[in-house]
Design a protein around this ligand. Structure first.
Ligand code: SAH
Ligand code: F3S
Length: 436
């Protein structure tokens, strides 16, 4: 049997896609290997969200050059977002590459690899293609938590973001195909699903009859065996009262929402084309907190967007403190090809970006520590997913609000179980507890 080595960069959707590709190639008699030196086919699933992500891929491709000299039959492919964004430029900059294809062509991976073998020249496939649900996948050893893509693409065109160019327009999968996939996961023993979309709360708008994420979550709730439902990433513009109520009323929906803010300055938000103001965002947060008391919130932020002044940045800091996020992801602005903001004249120096990032992360850490400390003494539901990294005698798991908890399980085998844990100690990035 031929051997496939898969390298995945980027987001959860890429992890999901890589598993599908491995599944499809499995049908073409490729088996996975974790050793690149024994592979007949190496595929790199790429991310293009920031420049650093792309640099990693090129340096990885540089490392693979030697393998190709030893094994001229080796096929090297680049797939995913960077493939879609850079297209032929990848072949120019990295002649070691035999195949470049974007996510629309993923379902035809077997055919594309055959074409490379037949034609003995590089193949480029980055055209648009209708959305297909790929059902074949890998069987993984850890069957507990799964990602399920429910929609692709994004129509929002934030001025900093490549996703509309790399993943195309918003297209939703039919509810029935999603539910069938999740029923299959439940049968294999999975307990938690995370519904994925770049703009997941716009789910279903493009379907006939139209569907929505709240209804989808209600249907997933009916599936026996699944105990927890999460979804990501939501856009403030599409956050409906119906979805907030689903978070409150659907028992398996976790009381947690990732709601990217990006900036706390109205001027920057407008230049980002985010479609909301600081006041509107705060209104949504207030409504969320009233509807779902105790809801955990996380966010994404960008520092050093073109034209961001110290005052704009301070507005972001102030907002982060005001909302009191349970966790956050902050990034330095990165200029991306094809995006409008890359051409804005008032780019911020890297040194300012670095300083603002450090400051923001300090603020975020202090809030997180304070929020974690408030949980000491509380009893929380934990889905046990393994053992503690620091002490293998302890069990590890996640709360419904997605915090990591390490706890003394009294020597019991609890993998995959939902158990009550009393929190005894709050650490900066995790909690410690004991079985209640
Ligand atoms: N809706 C998407 C957001 C895409 S990217 C999702 O599914 O997560 C994730 C985060 O990367 C964004 O929220 C943003 O904070 C960050 N990001 C996107 N483009 C960026 C850029 N050009 N520079 C820095 N950070 C960026
Ligand atoms: Fe990107 Fe904005 Fe869509 S951040 S994924 S264009 S909502």
């Amino acid at each position: 049997m031929a051997k496939l080595h898969l390298i995945t960069y980027g987001c959860q959707m890429n992890e999901y896609d890589s598993e599908r590709v491995a599944g499809l190639l499995g049908r073409e008699r490729y088996e996975l290997t974790d050793r690149e030196d024994e592979a007949d086919l190496i595929l790199i699933n790429t991310c293009a969200i920031r420049e650093k992500a792309e640099e990693k891929v090129f340096s990885r491709l540089g490392q693979l050059k030697g393998l190709k000299q030893k094994n001229p039959g080796l096929i090297i492919g680049v797939m995913g977002c960077m493939a879609q964004l850079q297209q032929r430029d990848i072949l120019k900059r990295a002649p070691v590459v035999d195949l470049v294809f974007g996510s629309p062509a993923m379902s035809r991976v077997g055919e594309l690899v055959e074409r490379v073998k037949r034609e003995r020249r590089p193949v480029l496939e980055t055209g648009e293609h209708p959305l297909t649900k790929i059902t074949s996948t890998l069987s993984r050893p850890d069957r507990l938590k799964a990602f399920v893509t429910v929609m692709e693409g994004c129509d929002k065109y934030c001025t900093f973001c490549v996703v509309p160019y790399t993943r195309g327009r918003e297209r939703s999968h039919a509810p029935e195909s999603i539910l069938e996939e999740i029923r299959g996961l439940a049968q294999q023993g999975y307990r938690e699903v995370t519904l994925l979309g770049q703009n997941v709360n716009a789910y279903g708008k493009d379907l006939t009859p139209a569907a929505d994420l709240a209804a989808l979550i209600e249907s997933v709730n009916q599936i026996e065996g699944i105990e927890r439902i999460r979804f990501t990433t939501s856009n403030p513009v599409n956050l409906t009262r119906r979805l907030m109520r689903a978070l409150r009323d659907v028992p398996k929906a976790c009381e947690y929402l990732h709601l990217p803010l990006q900036s706390g300055s109205d001027r920057v938000l407008a230049r980002m084309n985010r479609g909301y103001t600081r006041a509107r965002y705060l209104e949504l947060i207030q409504e969320l907190q009233e509807t779902v008391p105790g809801i955990a919130l996380s966010t994404d932020l960008i520092v050093g967007f073109p034209g961001e002044t110290e005052a704009d940045f301070e507005a972001t800091v102030e907002m982060v403190e005001g909302v009191g996020y349970d966790s956050l992801f902050a990034f330095r602005y990165s200029r991306r090809p094809r995006t409008p903001a890359a051409e804005f004249p008032d780019q911020v120096p890297e040194a300012d970006k670095a300083r603002r990032l450090t400051r923001l992360l300090e603020v975020a850490n202090a809030i997180q520590a304070r929020k974690n400390a408030a949980l000491e003494g509380r009893e929380m539901e934990v889905l046990v997913d393994g053992v503690s990294k620091k002490d293998p005698r302890e069990l590890a798991g996640r709360t419904r609000c997605n915090r990591a908890v390490n706890f003394d399980g009294g020597g019991r085998q609890l993998y995959g179980e939902l158990v009550p844990v009393r929190i005894t100690q709050a650490m900066p990035h995790s909690l410690r507890g004991a079985l209640a």
